[in-house]
Design a protein around this ligand. Structure first.
Ligand code: ADP
Length: 653
C-alpha cells in the first residue's frame, strides 16, 4: 500500500523511538523521529557521535526495527515484518555502504558484487550478467578477479556501491562512506552519489564531516536521538516510490540453495587456510585413530586365532570306534574332509604302544604315531632338534623312515653320536632315523614338567605305519582344523554328514572342545569390544574439535556474518553455509584420516610388534560415524552464527 500523502515518499518515519536495553539501563538512541525522504533524494544525516545516526540508518536498511512509532518503506510498514521478510527486503530494496567498505575478503570483486543477487535466489548466470553491467558502470572491469586486499580504498568503496545497487536496488544507505578515503577518492564517491541520485536512486549518507555533508542536497542534523535541523526535501522526483521496490519474492530451489551454500562454504574455507587446516585436523586425528584402533582390534583377533590354533581349540577331532567287520577311516576320507568348506588343515594319525629296539640294547616301549601332518604344521606343534619331519612322499613311497624324540636318542645313542641315518626296529620292522625332536614345548611348562615321565615318542609316515605296524582301523585319529572358529560346530556336523555318506555307518566319533572355545571367544570379544569402544570416542572427539573451532571462529567471523546479513542473507543462508563448511571440513578430514590411520596402524605394528589387520568396511563405518557426528556437532555453531544480530556487531565497530 502506498502512502496517501505523496506517491514519492520512500522512507517515512513517524514518531520513531528506538530503545536499547543494556546492563546499565535503557539507552534511548532515537526519540520521536518524524521525517520523510523521497525517491531520488541525496540526504546527509549529520550530528555528533552517539546522536543516533547509525541507528536511524539501520532502521532505514531494515536491519533494525523501531521500538515505538512506525517506519514505512515505500508505504510498507516494516514493524510488522518477520526477520525473514526483512532479509528479503534488504536483498531486494536497500544496499548498505560501510566506512570500511564491508567487502568479503574471501571473494573477488565480481563475487562481492554478485553476492546480494545470489542471496536473493537469482540464477548464477543472471547474477554474473548483472554484476558485469555494474562493473562496467563503475569502471572496475580491470579489477574483476582481484580480491579486496589488492584494491585501493576508492576502488573498494566503488565495489561496495556497485554491490549496493545489485538486484536493481535503488536505495543506498552509506555510513561514513568517505571516512577512510583520501580527498580525491572521497570526491569521486560523492559525485557518484550525486549522479546516482540524479538518475532516480535515493542516497542516504551518514557523516559528521561538513565538507562531505555539503555534497548532499539535503542535510538532517541529529542530536541526542532527535532531529534538530532539516534543510528540507529538495527534490520531488517524478518516479513513484513503488518502482523502487521491484519483485519482493525470493525463489530458489532446495538444490540451488545447497549448491549455493557449498560454493560460499568453499570460498570462505579457501580464504582462511590456517583456520581450515586446524579444523580439518580434528576429524583427521579422530578418523585416523579409529581406523588404527579397529585394525589393531582385528589384528588382535587374528593373532588370538593363531594362539588358539596352537591350543587346538580350532580342531575337530574324528576318532575311529573299533567295530569289527565295518569299513574304517582311511587316507581318502582325510582328502575328502580337506575339500570341505572352512577346513584349513587336516591331519591324521594312528597311535599305538610298540616295542622299539636298536642294536644289542634293551627294547623300549614307545608310543608310535603314524602321521600325515604337514611339516609346516608340525613345526608349530613340536620343533625338531635335528633332521626333518616325515612327509606325504614318505608315505606314498612306503618309506621306512622315523622321527624319534630326544629321550629315545639319549637311550640308544652315546653323547656326540649322530642318530641320523642310523636304523631302529619297531615291532621287528626296520626304520631309518631321519629326524630327532626337541623336548616338547608343553613339557617345559607346569604341570607337565614336574610329572615323572611320558613314554618315548616316534613318528612314522601314516601309510607305512598303517601297512606295516597297525592293525586295520586301530585307533585311527583325524584332526580337522577350521578357518573360522565361529563356525566350528557347523563344520563338525558337515564332517559327520560327509563321513556317514562315505562309510555308510557311524563307527566314529566327531568331537570339538566346545567349552574351551566358549571361554576363548568371550575373552577375545571383550578385548575387541574394548578397542572398538575407544574408536568411537576418538571419532566423537574429532567432531568436538571441529565444533569447538567453529564456535571459536564465529567471534572472529562476526563482522563477515553481519555483512552477509546486511546485504540480504537470511538466517537459513548463514546456517546452510556453516553446515556446508562443517561437511566439507569433515570430508577432507576423512579423506586424509583414512590413509593416515592405515599408516599409523602399520607403524604401530612395526614398532610395537602389535598385529593389525584391515578390512575395507572400516572405512565406511568410520566415515559414516565421523560424518554423522560432524553434522550433529555442526548444528550448534551454525545456529549461533545464523542468530548473530548484525546491528549489535556493526554498532560495535
Ligand atoms: P551514531 O551513529 O550517531 O554515533 P548510534 O546510532 O550508533 O550513534 O548510537 C546511538 C546511541 O545508541 C549511542 O548511545 C549508542 O551507544 C547506543 N547504541 C547503539 N547501538 C546499540 C546497541 N546495539 N546496543 C546498545 N546500545 C546501542
Amino acid at each position: 500500500m502506498l502512502n496517501r500523502q505523496s506517491p514519492t515518499s520512500l522512507l517515512e518515519f513517524e514518531k520513531v523511538g528506538r530503545v536499547f536495553r543494556t546492563d546499565a539501563g535503557p539507552v534511548h538512541a532515537l526519540k520521536g523521529i518524524s521525517l520523510t525522504i523521497n525517491v531520488g533524494e541525496f540526504v546527509c544525516i549529520a550530528g555528533p557521535s552517539g546522536a543516533g545516526k547509525s541507528t536511524l540508518l539501520n532502521i532505514m536498511g531494515c536491519l533494525d526495527r523501531p521500538s515505538e512509532g512506525s517506519f514505512r518503506l515505500a508505504g510498507r510498514d516494516v514493524g510488522g515484518l518477520t526477520e525473514r521478510e526483512l532479509a528479503t527486503l534488504r536483498s531486494l530494496a536497500v544496499g548498505f555502504v560501510f566506512q570500511d567498505y564491508g567487502l568479503l575478503d574471501s571473494m573477488t570483486t565480481l563475487r562481492n558484487i554478485e553476492l546480494p543477487a545470489e542471496y536473493a535466489g537469482v540464477p548464477v548466470k543472471e547474477c554474473a550478467r548483472q554484476a558485469e553491467r555494474l562493473l562496467r558502470f563503475f569502471d572496475l572491469e580491470s579489477r574483476k578477479v582481484h580480491f579486496p586486499a589488492e584494491l585501493s580504498g576508492g576502488e573498494q568503496q566503488r565495489v561496495a556501491i556497485a554491490r549496493a545497487l545489485m538486484n536493481g536496488r535503488r536505495i543506498i544507505l552509506a555510513d561514513e562512506p568517505t571516512g577512510a578515503l583520501d580527498s580525491q577518492a572521497s570526491e569521486q564517491v560523492l559525485s557518484l552519489f550525486q549522479e546516482l541520485a540524479s538518475q532516480g536512486n535515493t542516497v542516504v549518507m551518514v557523516s559528521h564531516d561538513s565538507s562531505v555533508a555539503n555534497a548532499a542536497a539535503r542535510r538532517i542534523e541529529l542530536l541526542d536521538g532527535t532531529v534538530v535541523s532539516d534543510s528540507g526535501a529538495h527534490r520531488e522526483a517524478a518516479v513513484p516510490a513503488r518502482s523502487s521496490l521491484t519483485m519482493l519474492q525470493r525463489t530458489q530451489t532446495a538444490w540451488s540453495a545447497v549448491a549455493q551454500a557449498m560454493r560460499l562454504g568453499i570460498e570462505s574455507l579457501r580464504a582462511a587456510r590456517l583456520r581450515t587446516a586446524l579444523q580439518v585436523g580434528g576429524p583427521v586425528l579422530g578418523v585416523a585413530s579409529a581406523i588404527a584402533l579397529l585394525g589393531l582390534a582385528d589384528g588382535t583377533y587374528q593373532a588370538s586365532l593363531k594362539v588358539v590354533g596352537s591350543m587346538g581349540v580350532d580342531r575337530v577331532g574324528i576318532g575311529q570306534l573299533p567295530q569289527p567287520g565295518l569299513a574304517t577311516l582311511d587316507t581318502d576320507d582325510v582328502r575328502s574332509i580337506e575339500g570341505l568348506d572352512n577346513v584349513r588343515e587336516v591331519t591324521s594319525e594312528q597311535i599305538g604302544m610298540m616295542l622299539v629296539q636298536r642294536g644289542g640294547k634293551d627294547a623300549v616301549e614307545a608310543q608310535v604315531s603314524g602321521t600325515q601332518q604337514k611339516p609346516d604344521f608340525m613345526r608349530t606343534l613340536w620343533p625338531l632338534a635335528a633332521g626333518r619331519y616325515v612327509n606325504r612322499q614318505d608315505g606314498e613311497g612306503m618309506s621306512q623312515v622315523a622321527v624319534i624324540d630326544h629321550t629315545l636318542r639319549d637311550r640308544f645313542f652315546a653323547p656326540g653320536e649322530g642318530p641320523l641315518g642310523e636304523w631302529i626296529n619297531v615291532e621287528g620292522v626296520p626304520f631309518e632315523i631321519i629326524g630327532v625332536l626337541a623336548p616338547h614345548p608343553i613339557m617345559q611348562e607346569e604341570p607337565y614338567r614336574s610329572r615323572p615321565s611320558f613314554p618315548p615318542f616316534i613318528f612314522v609316515p601314516f601309510a607305512t605305519g598303517k601297512e606295516m605296524l597297525f592293525r586295520d582301523g586301530e585307533s585311527m585319529g583325524i584332526g580337522a582344523y577350521v578357518e573360522d572358529i565361529d563356525r566350528l560346530e557347523e563344520t563338525a556336523s558337515d564332517i559327520r554328514d560327509l563321513l556317514i555318506r562315505r562309510l555308510g555307518h557311524e563307527n566314529f566319533v566327531v568331537s570339538t572342545d566346545r567349552l574351551l572355545f566358549g571361554t576363548f571367544r568371550d575373552s577375545i570379544r571383550s578385548r575387541i569390544t574394548f578397542l572398538v569402544a575407544i574408536a568411537v570416542p576418538a571419532l566423537l572427539a574429532g567432531a568436538a574439535v571441529t565444533m569447538a573451532l567453529m564456535l571459536g571462529a564465529i567471534r572472529q567471523r562476526a563482522q563477515e556474518i553481519a555483512i552477509r546479513k546486511a546485504i540480504g542473507a537470511r538466517r537459513g543462508d548463514i546456517m546452510r553455509q556453516f553446515i556446508a563448511e562443517t561437511c566439507l571440513i569433515t570430508l577432507a578430514g576423512i579423506s586424509l584420516g583414512v590413509p593416515l590411520g592405515f599408516f599409523a596402524g602399520y607403524v604401530v605394528e612395526l614398532v610395537l610388534d602389535a598385529p593389525s589387520a584391515y578390512e575395507p568396511w572400516y572405512i565406511w563405518v568410520v566415515a559414516s560415524i565421523a560424518f554423522a557426528s560432524a553434522l550433529l556437532s555442526g548444528i550448534l555453531p551454525a545456529r549461533r552464527a545464523s542468530a548473530l544480530d548484525p546491528v549489535a556487531v556493526l554498532s560495535r565497530e
